[in-house]
Structures are given as C-alpha cells and as structure tokens.
Design a protein around this ligand. Structure first.
Ligand code: PMP
Length: 295
C-alpha cells in the first residue's frame, strides 16, 4: 500500500516522500521547536482551537515567534487534511526554530519552519485497546519543570523515549514516568487516570503532567456524567491499588490499562472507563460530523 502521508511545509503541499527538512534546522540539530498532535475525524480536526492555543503557549514559552496567525494555521490544517487520502487520521503540526549557524544560540535562526504532516496513526493494536495495555513504572524520571517545563510540547522527547524503551524491554506497552519526588507524572505520550471507589484521580501539571487536551475533555465529560474527579498527587502504590486505570491522549484517545508492574487491576475495561470512552466517542461524533458528499 502506498504511503498516504501528505505534508505542508511553509505553504507548499508535498507528498511524504518528497518532503524534506534542511539539515541545519535547529529543530533537527537540537530539538529546538514545538509541536501539536491533532486527530481528524471525517475530515475535520478535533479541538483545533485548543491545540492552536497550546501551540501558541509553547511558542511563547520558548520565545519562538509564530510565523503564521492562528487563522492561517487553521487554513493550512484544512489544506493538509484535504490532501490526505482518508477521512480519519493524525496531523503533526510543528514549528521549528529554522536554519541557522551551528551552535545552540537561536539568534541566527530567522525563519522558523512550519511543517504539517497528515498520516495514519495506530498507537496500539485494536485488540489491545479492548483487552487493555500493560504498564511499567519507569526508572527514567520526568524532567523537572525547572529543567524543561513539561507543559511545553517541545520537539525533544528523549526523556519520554528512554522511558518507553524500558517498557518495551519489559514486555509492556507503555511506561509511567515519575517526577523527581516519586509522584506519578504521566505516560510517555499520554496522561494517566485512576479510578478508586468511583472517583477519578489524575496527576497535576505541577507534578509533571502535560496539560493534555484529551485529559481536559475527560474531566469535562466526568463532570457531565456526575463522576467525581480531581487532580491529585499519586504514587505507584495508588496505581497498584486502583480499581481502574486508563491513559488519554490525542493519538491514544482513551486506552484501558490491565496491569501495572505485573499487578493486575481488578477491572479492565472498567465501568467508569467504559462510560467515559462512550461519551468521548459521542463527543467526537457530534463535533466532527461527516461532510456532505458532492453529487
Ligand atoms: N503527555 C505527553 C508527554 C504527550 O506527548 C501527550 C500527547 N500529546 C499527552 C500527554 C496527551 O496530550 P493530548 O491529550 O493533548 O494529546
């Protein structure tokens, strides 16, 4: 099957095979840049405004001037999705520092590169989505906010990648990162929730969690369903003794967890997960309605 990937680079549409980035781009050299991952359903980007807002925040935090307005980026998103040969997919929107002289100082990088990639993404096998995935608590710790604030969605994921490699080595699908104080931060690319006695708990951004858009949606859905939910400091013990556990993310959507560090959880997929996952599906269906096909 041909690779369906389509790209938009600084205003030009290209196939995934044609698209190139310059080797002196500081995004490549140093991970100097920011990004968003956005899903589209029925050709419509889900929660685009929230993603553009977080992208603007990430840019502000690293002093990167966005070369396009939110409106122009919205148009670029539409164009890229329209070029993709499928209704559902995943969009990667990146802003890199751009090309400049070798060396960390971004002062000589005057033209950020804006890159969009529309592609397919299957985070886990559909069967595992049903059965639940296995987690480990990684030895690799989340970088502290006074090193690199985890709220910045930067192009440098090495911290998370090292944790994910630990999971793969242990035969698990995903790793949970703790912060320097031993509190649960998040998965390598997802936020984490536990359920205990009918109540949802999720780590605070101050403990190293990204302010995930799917996480925010789950908190809203919980409020609508009358499920008590709060941000709370969590430790591995809280995961081991939870009734349910699940991960959330744009790529992941909602994925139930069956086991943490070889401790099976009593309920997977549990009732709270199932009602939230159903409500999430309904929300996506409401916000991303099929487009009228032209006759
Ligand atoms: N944490 C990290 C480290 C991530 O990379 C992601 C995915 N972007 C998430 C959490 C989930 O965030 P969102 O729901 O906004 O995709």
């Amino acid at each position: 099957m041909p690779d369906p990937t389509q790209c938009w680079i600084n205003g030009r549409l290209l196939s995934g095979e044609e698209a190139r980035v310059p080797v002196m781009d500081h995004g490549l050299l140093y991970g100097d840049g920011v990004f968003e991952g956005i899903r589209f359903y029925h050709g419509r980007p889900f929660r685009l405004q929230a993603h553009l807002r977080r992208l603007a925040d990430s840019c502000a935090a690293i002093r990167l001037t966005m070369p396009y307005s939110a409106e122009q980026l919205g148009k670029a998103v539409e164009e890229t999705i329209a070029a993709f040969p499928g209704e559902d997919g995943y969009l990667r929107l990146m802003i890199t520092r751009g090309s400049g002289p070798m060396g960390l100082d971004p002062a000589g990088c005057n033209n950020p590169n804006v890159i969009l990639i529309a592609t397919r993404l299957e985070m886990v096998h559909p069967e595992l989505r049903q059965e639940g995935i296995r987690l480990i608590v990684a030895a690799t710790r989340r970088l502290p906010a006074n090193g690199l604030d985890p709220r910045i969605k930067s192009l440098n994921y090495l911290n998370n990648i090292l944790a994910r490699m630990e999971a793969t080595r242990a035969g698990a699908q995903e790793a949970v990162l703790l912060n320097g104080q031993g509190r649960v931060a998040e998965g390598s690319a997802e936020n984490l929730f536990i359920v205990r006695d009918g109540r949802l708990d999720t780590p605070r951004p101050a403990d190293g969690a990204l302010a995930g858009i799917t996480r925010g949606i789950v908190l809203e859905l919980a409020a609508g369903l009358g499920i008590p939910a709060r941000e709370a400091p969590l430790t591995p013990y809280d995961l081991y003794t939870a009734d349910e556990c699940f991960l959330t993310g744009t790529g992941a959507e909602l994925i139930p967890v069956v086991e943490v560090d070889e401790r099976p959880l009593p309920s997977c997929p549990g009732p709270v997960f199932s009602s939230l996952a159903g409500a999430f599906r309904e929300l996506v269906a409401r916000e991303c309605t099929p487009k009228e096909t032209s006759r």
